[in-house]
Design a protein around this ligand. Structure first.
Ligand SMILES: Cc1cc2nc3c(=O)[nH]c(=O)nc-3n(C[C@H](O)[C@H](O)[C@H](O)COP(=O)(O)OP(=O)(O)OC[C@H]3O[C@@H](n4cnc5c(N)ncnc54)[C@H](O)[C@@H]3O)c2cc1C
Length: 455
């Protein structure tokens, strides 16, 4: 019996569990796979009035309905991301494989119903937000500088793909993008992705579905199990066991392979893997009518008198929203979803990483910023929308790293997936399954993702 242990029940750990069970060499008679997830709740990083069960929004009749035995799975970024998939994402060494696998998974497991898979458009828009009714944009607030521009523009998550505002051409807005105020707000529009090369999933439903499918194929999922040590042989040539805490008890679990997929927490277990973490806030808003399938990368100019965004370095609750005294540009990303909701996320901030997903705190003022900015360009998501979730999570940065750690056989990292971890999860899981069973990645060249090539 060979033991394979996965640390972390985010999208990377759950996709790895799934693909290990799909490898031709896997047999439940000869391999025992255990997935250890530190948290046993998904309420961390969400305000109390937020939706508790995202599957109620999608299709309650399907198997995607929440399995309470899996609470804690997708409790971090994997449950609170946008869910955009794109052939134009990065790193290009693994993107095409992963984009194709997303499509195949959706076909095989009815992903359209089960986790909201669909093809979509991606666009970049430049807008000017309208002031909410009753707010005076000029008379009582004086611009702080000669041109009225505020110094600190805040950046969105996918900014590497954005064109400079000056390069944006006004191409004509598609007719079905009718939930953005094109008359008063929109200044420029350009296409980034089409349904040929762009798609989306609901990340929490996708991750929990991967966990369920892996469990159905023999994986043991243990929630509330925080790994505190990965134990190597004295000469560090082989991984031997992992130690984890569950219900106050310390358990040492012997293992032949250990896949560390602990996202932003990876460095606590593997200090040699430089994954860093930044908190980001997001909201989910229900529109009163269906909204067309667009992911929007925005640059929104906030006028004088608009709610001042909380600065990146401010501590939770330290800032009381005051009217802007100069214009400021913000870049929330807005993703329409097939269940009639839109997801929108804001910039990262400097909050320190807590010990687990259950302890992530939401700064409600940062959520209110996103709600006000999105409402400033869309009545469907502003005046007429209903806010269903206010949430925060930690974005893992620095990688992705996929491959053996140093010279320790059996010790594999799969972490640091930046703002494209949802897109790159199936590819990562498949590549890790090949590293475990075949000794090397076969479906794609790891290139700069392999720690051996870059660290
Ligand atoms: C606001 C936002 C929007 C995003 N939008 C997109 C998008 O549209 N498209 C896209 O492709 N990507 C997106 N991403 C990125 C994506 O969410 C992440 O790259 C991805 O979720 C990372 O998955 P993970 O499994 O590595 O980490 P996580 O989701 O953080 O999961 C790690 C898990 O490991 C567990 N863990 C940690 N330490 C231990 C331990 N010691 N023992 C046991 N378990 C442990 C944690 O509890 C957690 O559940 C977005 C990210 C953010 C923040």
């Amino acid at each position: 019996m060979r033991e394979i242990t996965i640390v972390g029940g985010g999208i990377i750990g759950c996709s790895t569990a799934y693909w290990l069970t799909r490898h031709p060499s896997y047999s439940p008679g000869t391999h025992r796979i255990t997935l250890l997830e530190a948290s046993s709740t998904n309420t961390g990083g969400r305000t109390q009035d937020s939706i508790k069960d995202p599957s109620t929004l999608a299709d309650p009749a399907t198997a995607s309905k929440r399995n309470p035995a899996h609470d804690g799975i997708a409790g971090g970024a994997s449950g609170k991301a946008g869910g955009l998939l794109a052939l134009w994402a990065f790193p290009q060494s693994i993107v095409p494989l992963s984009f194709r696998l997303h499509d195949e998974l959706a076909r095989e497991h009815d992903g359209a119903r089960r986790w909201g898979y669909r093809r979509c458009w991606a666009s970049q828009i430049d807008c000017k937000a309208r002031l909410p009714p009753g707010i005076d944009g000029g008379a009582s607030v004086q611009p702080s500088s000669a041109d009225g521009e505020h110094a600190g523009a805040s950046k969105g998550l996918h900014k590497d793909h954005k064109k400079a505002a000056a390069e944006l051409r006004k191409l004509g807005v598609p007719d079905d993008l009718d939930w953005v105020d094109t008359a008063d707000s929109l200044r420029a529009y350009d296409n980034i992705g089409t349904p040929d090369n762009t798609a989306q999933v609901h990340p929490e439903l996708f991750t929990r579905s991967m966990a369920q499918l892996a469990e159905d194929a023999g994986v043991r999922i243990v929630i509330g199990a925080r790994v505190t040590a990965i134990n190597r042989s004295s000469d560090e040539s082989q991984v031997e066991s992992v130690t984890y805490k569950k219900d106050g008890e310390e358990i040492t679990h012997p293992t032949n392979h250990c896949v560390v997929a602990a996202g932003p927490w990876t460095r606590l277990l593997l200090p040699e893997i430089p994954v860093s973490a930044s908190r980001a806030h997001s909201v989910v808003i229900k529109s009163p009518r269906a909204i067309s399938a667009y992911a929007l990368f925005t640059a929104i100019k906030l006028p004088v008198g608009f709610r001042t965004p909380v600065p990146k370095t401010a501590q939770n609750g330290a800032i009381k929203a005051a009217p802007l005294s100069g214009q400021q540009v913000v870049e929330p990303e807005i993703y329409a979803r097939p269940d009639g909701t839109a997801y929108a996320c804001g910039p990262t901030d400097d909050a320190p990483l807590p010990l687990s997903t259950a302890e992530v705190e939401v700064d409600e003022a940062r959520c209110e910023d996103i709600i006000a900015q999105v409402g400033g360009i869309s009545d469907e998501l502003g005046r007429d929308g209903e806010v269903l979730a206010r949430q925060a999570c930690f974005l893992p940065q620095g990688g992705p790293y996929i491959g053996q750690v140093g010279s320790t056989k059996g010790l594999i990292v799969a972490a640091g997936h930046t703002c494209w971890g949802i897109q790159n999860a199936p590819g990562t899981g498949k590549l890790v399954s090949e590293i475990v069973f075949d000794g090397k990645a076969k479906s794609a060249k790891l290139g700069g993702c392999d720690p051996a090539n870059v660290l």
